[in-house]
Design a protein around this ligand. Structure first.
Ligand code: BGC
Length: 747
């Protein structure tokens, strides 16, 4: 901003702008920059990806914004960070991301992505945190807080229901109100309310037929009206189909640049009266406000320490690694082990996803180098397979020989980047067939084999989990992932990652299987609320590894749980490290309401805490469950409602490893659903005033109708709309009178 600009309000500045200038301010200059308005002292600011590193292109960007960018720390992508279950750690990562952005004069970092992993096939799952909205919401909040603490805006994306890549720029996510609110919008709501992101990025897709970019219900009613969002809504890049409709709906900034075409549409719409100029003024003022926030915090001399950030990337990666299986306590490996490291991915690691989030890392640690750096025993390496998937017998044979000659084989398998990326979904959950074949041969040569996985979306492990004693799930761990994996393998770090998404036995078991990715421009979210573990638990299906699962090199014991019900629930449990190594436990709190009158999952994550315990140490862990997190969305009244009743509170080490259970009586919210002639007799009887009036009618109508109050008859008639009783004879009462009784009961 120029010197006098900060003294004027955004609205005041916009008041001095012409119609053309306002239309210009609300769309991009080029791929990454907003338009300056020099006459009024408004500079241009840069927005850039995100989310797990700064992807700043040196020359302002190429046409598609995909060419190389300046070096930046590649932190673990969200798929791994979600598994850390560590809000404090994610805030530190956010701080580091923000400080790098600030040092590069980037005003807004385009992330985090907090969409729910509806299907394991989604090509962009590596950029998202979890299948669970509470986990995604809490961790997303931490990232935003960290980024913005550095004077850099975050852009919470992709708002909303962007849960697949297939046809992503057109597809309509057809979602019922409850899952939309309880699963797909809930994490966004939490981050908006708790962390106040400076910007929210609308998604490409449509929701129930309406593009997110031009959806007034979403962008204005829910986001601003209900959640109090006071920042700027930016479009995903190229998400605007109709700019006039978008601005009218609440979109403030179209990105990237349409070369002036849509600016002219806005000018024409205002001139013709199709768009109210005050709506444009509001959008322009929000752009000016954002530019002001960025400019007032910019620091041309800001720097960051790349070594410190690399160390943080290693710490974050190690905290995110999930030890899925560890039979015979094969891990951790002694430092002097004689080990065969097998797999091209050990030498050429896959550490991030492909597409708009691809970072140019400051350096890359490979697992092979890092194992070599720590090990004092013999380390043999064999590539075993080619990353392009072509069969190579010589490589396989050499790998089998290496495995046979070592005490332990550590076999690096995973998905090559060609198989998963932004822009398309995967067809299946399989590892490349060459790798599966290699695994069989290596295990046959050496039963002490540990598989280490690198993948952005989950892969099916049910084909081999029973064959190997050890499985380490690394997902994608960022530039320091090689060191983190070596740390975990040798026990320098005790693994503490927990699965943020279920690993199913088969793709066919996943709830969205029959409704993914949809057809003819529509995808029906037919599984409703039953996404991820909610669905597997409801159907009591076996899974390979459940949500929340992850092993440690030590053992944690849980004492009894106590719940105090106040406004929120306070859950306390004592956890003891009864092993001989220090380590972190992720204490998980799941809640359910067995007596619920509405459809619910058997358990839902409502709180968690990661606690570090020395050997023998005990700690009382206190986890607060917000009352608002107990609420379900009631479409009858379009509001969150806490149902009253005796809630079950399960505390455990995973969604399928519940250690202690307690209960809590929770008072419900009053729900006032007005009674109408269409209300059922059951609903009328549930309202004490109406029930009283109804029985008066029946009694007054004499013996003839008395059987209507008989419980057996009532059970049958309970679903009949009250107005319909008039079709069953003369009750001595007319429609008007019933309506009057209902009105009186409605108060
Ligand atoms: C992606 C966004 C990204 C933007 C800018 C889009 O294609 O969906 O996540 O921030 O490009 O690169």
């Amino acid at each position: 901003m120029t010197e006098d600009a900060p003294n004027r309000s955004p609205a005041g500045i916009v008041g001095g702008a012409t119609l053309e200038e306002k239309a210009g301010l609300t769309s991009g200059l080029n791929f990454w920059f907003t338009k300056p308005l020099t006459r009024l002292g408004i500079p241009s600011i840069m927005l850039t990806d995100g989310p797990h590193g700064v992807r700043k292109q040196s020359e302002g960007g190429d046409h598609l914004g995909l060419a190389d960018s300046i070096p930046a720390t590649c932190f673990p992508p969200a798929v791994a960070l979600g598994c850390s279950f560590d809000a404090a750690l994610l805030e530190r990562v956010g701080v580091a991301l923000g400080s790098e952005a600030r040092a590069e004069q980037v005003g807004v970092l385009l992330g985090p992505g907090i969409n729910i992993k509806r299907s394991p096939l989604c090509g962009r799952n590596f950029e998202y945190l979890s299948e669970d909205p509470l986990l995604a919401g809490i961790l997303g909040t931490s990232l935003v807080r960290g980024i913005q603490s550095q004077g850099v805006g975050a852009s919470l994306k992709h708002f909303a229901a962007n849960n697949q890549e297939t046809d992503r720029m057109r597809v309509s996510a057809d979602v019922d109100p409850r899952p939309l609110r309880e699963i797909y919008l809930r994490a966004f709501q939490r981050v908006v309310e708790d962390a106040r992101p400076w910007t929210v990025m609308c998604s490409y897709n449509r929701i129930n037929g309406v593009y997110s970019s031009q959806n007034p219900w979403l962008l204005t009613g829910v986001l601003r009206g209900e959640w109090g969002f006071d920042g700027l809504v930016v479009s995903d890049w190229g998400a605007v189909a109709d700019r006039v409709a978008a601005v009218a709906a609440g979109l403030d900034l179209e990105m990237p640049s349409s070369g002036g075409r849509t600016d002219q549409e806005i000018v024409d719409a205002v001139r013709s009266g199709a768009l109210d100029e005050t709506v444009l003024d509001t959008a322009a003022a929000r752009v000016v406000d954002l530019v002001g926030r960025v400019a007032s915090r910019a620091d041309a001399d800001a720097t960051y320490n790349a070594d410190d950030h690399h160390a943080l990337a290693r710490e974050a990666a190690a905290a995110s690694v999930v030890l899925l299986q560890n039979e015979r306590a094969l891990l951790p490996l002694p430092l002097d082990v004689d080990v065969a490291v097998i797999g091209e991915l050990a030498r050429t690691p896959r550490y991030q996803g492909a597409g708009s989030s691809r970072i140019n890392p400051t350096r890359i640690d490979t697992p092979l180098d890092e194992i070599n750096a720590l090990a004092s025993g013999n380390v043999a390496f064999a590539a075993g397979y080619l990353l392009d998937g072509t069969a190579d017998d010589a490589l396989r044979t050499a790998a089998v020989d290496a495995a046979a000659g070592a005490e332990v084989a550590v076999l690096f398998l995973g998905l090559p980047s060609e198989l998963e990326s932004e822009g398309f979904d995967r067809p299946d959950l399989e590892l490349p067939s060459e790798q599966r074949r290699l695994l069989d041969d290596v295990v046959a040569a050496n039963p002490d084999t540990v598989v280490v996985l690198s993948n952005g979306g989950v892969v099916r492990v049910s084909g081999f989990a029973h064959k190997v004693p050890g499985i380490v799930e690394g997902f994608l761990l960022g530039q320091a992932g090689g060191g983190a994996l070596a740390d975990v393998l040798f026990g320098i770090v005790n693994p503490s990652g927990r699965l943020a998404e279920t690993i199913p036995v088969r793709l066919e078991d996943t709830q969205s299987f029959t409704n993914f990715p949809g057809e003819h421009g529509h995808v029906r979210y037919g599984e409703g609320l039953f996404v991820g573990y909610r669905g597997f638990d409801a159907r009591r299906q076996d899974v390979s590894f459940p949500f929340g699962h992850g092993l440690s090199y030590t053992t944690f014991e849980y004492g009894a749980a106590a719940v105090t019900a106040g406004d929120d629930l306070a859950v306390t449990v004592t956890v003891t490290n009864i092993g001989d190594r220090a380590g972190s436990e992720v204490v998980q709190v799941y809640v359910s309401l067995p007596s619920s009158a509405v459809s619910r999952a058997p358990r839902e994550l409502k709180g968690f805490a990661k606690v570090f315990l020395e050997p023998g140490e005990s700690r009382e862990v206190r986890i607060a469950v917000r009352r608002s997190d107990l609420a379900y969305w009631d479409p009858r009244v379009d509001a969150w409602v806490v149902e009253g009743g005796l809630y079950t509170v399960e505390v455990g080490a995973s969604s399928r490893d519940i250690r202690v259970t307690a209960t809590a009586e929770v008072a419900g919210d009053a729900v006032n659903v007005p009674l109408t002639l269409e209300s059922s007799i059951g609903e009328v009887l549930a309202n004490p005033a109406a029930a009283e009036a109804l029985s008066t009618i029946f009694v007054a109508s004499g013996d003839r109708q008395a059987p209507a109050l008989d419980p057996a008859v009532l059970a049958m008639a309970a679903s009949m709309p009250i107005g319909r009783i008039l079709s069953f004879g003369d009750f001595g009462i007319g429609e008007d009178e019933i309506q009057r009784l209902l009105d009186a009961a409605n108060g």
